[in-house]
Design a protein around this ligand. Structure first.
Ligand code: SF4
Ligand code: SF4
Length: 336
């Protein structure tokens, strides 16, 4: 049997690769970066006083098991350069650390994930003269390294989370909701509160997506978080770090913070246009990948956040479903 080519080794790529390899389907997984794991490999546990169901636990075992899986070859620092459709599959031309490789594959699963707004990009905010800002993914890395009593070198006294950073703003070219940032920001806030119980933590939010059953807004308020419904417009340097400004019908408001977390969301992978061209996929109005014809017909599949914002749990589930459908399709081919 020819291999299934998986493009991307994040949560979606690894979940699909494991399911295929467990079913005896040979897999070649390629990854542009030097290491497998994608973005989620750098995410930290967001347990506060108890587990907050952030989903990061789902990925740890995947990244370990994948290294021991049979029928599975992983090539890092590798990207797809050309794809030639054949009668029974494809010839893929890959570039691995400057060298060209040619492989025959039966099916292709695109699990190329997403991008963040780059650190330093001020997105929909006016930001001036302050270093008291952390991007969501930077806080993730700090949470990954945290000890039982420390995330930062200096204990923060006033922390603010600015929701919808780089999302839900047609003026900035992104009108969709990223779906995941309400969850990771409120969970991160709970983790910080458990380590720094005296810190005042404010959430500047426009809308709160469903994170768990029940009245989550009320739960956050009862847990001691100040929930301020607004859309901040600027952040300026202040004596203690940063001042966050927003405006409503009562006028201009500001709050003093010594740490401000910008809760960035999920942006399309910058390679999506190229991948779509190579594989006969389309790019939707938000920049994510879509199949044009049924994957059972074309042999080209998509999984995870390459298709749009998804939580970790949704990503892993989607990848397993796609792997199951690929297995079914291959079984049909064998029995035909
Ligand atoms: S908070 Fe997340 S990483 Fe931590 S134990 Fe719960 S699910 Fe796992
Ligand atoms: S998930 Fe929440 S923070 Fe993220 S874009 Fe949607 S509403 Fe805004």
């Amino acid at each position: 049997m020819e291999k299934v080519l998986i493009i991307g080794s994040g949560a979606a790529g690894c979940a699909a690769a494991l399911s295929l390899s467990e079913a005896g389907v040979p897999v070649l997984m390629i990854e542009k970066a030097k290491e497998i794991g994608g973005k989620t490999a750098a995410y930290g546990c967001k347990a506060g006083d108890s587990c907050t169901q952030c989903g990061v636990c789902l990925t740890g075992p995947l990244f370990t098991q994948i290294k021991e899986a049979s029928n599975l070859e992983i090539l890092c620092e590798t990207s797809l350069k050309e794809l030639i459709r054949e009668e029974n599959g494809f010839t893929a031309i890959l570039e691995n650390v400057g060298e060209k490789l040619e492989v025959k594959v039966s099916q292709i699963l695109v699990a190329s994930g997403f991008s963040h707004l780059p650190v330093g990009d001020s997105g929909n905010l006016r930001i001036s003269g302050t270093s008291a800002i952390l991007y969501g993914e930077q806080l993730e890395s700090l949470l990954k390294k945290r000890t039982s009593d420390k995330v930062f070198d200096v204990a923060p006294k006033n922390v603010g989370f600015v929701f919808c950073f780089g999302s839900r703003n047609p003026a900035h070219g992104v009108s969709y909701c990223s779906k995941v940032c309400c969850g990771y920001s409120t969970r991160s806030a709970k983790a910080l509160k458990s380590i720094y119980p005296d810190a005042k933590i404010r959430m500047f939010f426009m809308d709160l997506q469903s994170v768990k059953a029940g009245n989550y807004l009320e739960e956050m308020r009862n847990a001691g978080f100040e929930m301020i419904r607004c859309r901040p417009s600027r952040i300026e340097a202040s004596e203690h770090g940063a001042q966050v400004y927003w405006e409503d019908k009562e006028g201009i408001h500001k709050k003093e913070l010594d740490l401000c977390v910008l809760c960035g969301g999920i942006r399309p992978n910058e390679d999506n246009t190229l991948l779509a061209e190579l594989m006969g996929l389309s790019v939707n109005e938000d920049g994510f990948l879509e199949t044009v014809l049924a994957s059972e017909q074309t042999g080209v599949w998509t999984a995870g956040c390459a298709q749009g914002p998804m939580t970790i749990a949704e990503t892993v589930a989607d990848a397993r479903v796609k792997a199951a459908r690929i297995i079914q399709r291959l079984k049909k081919e064998v029995s035909a």
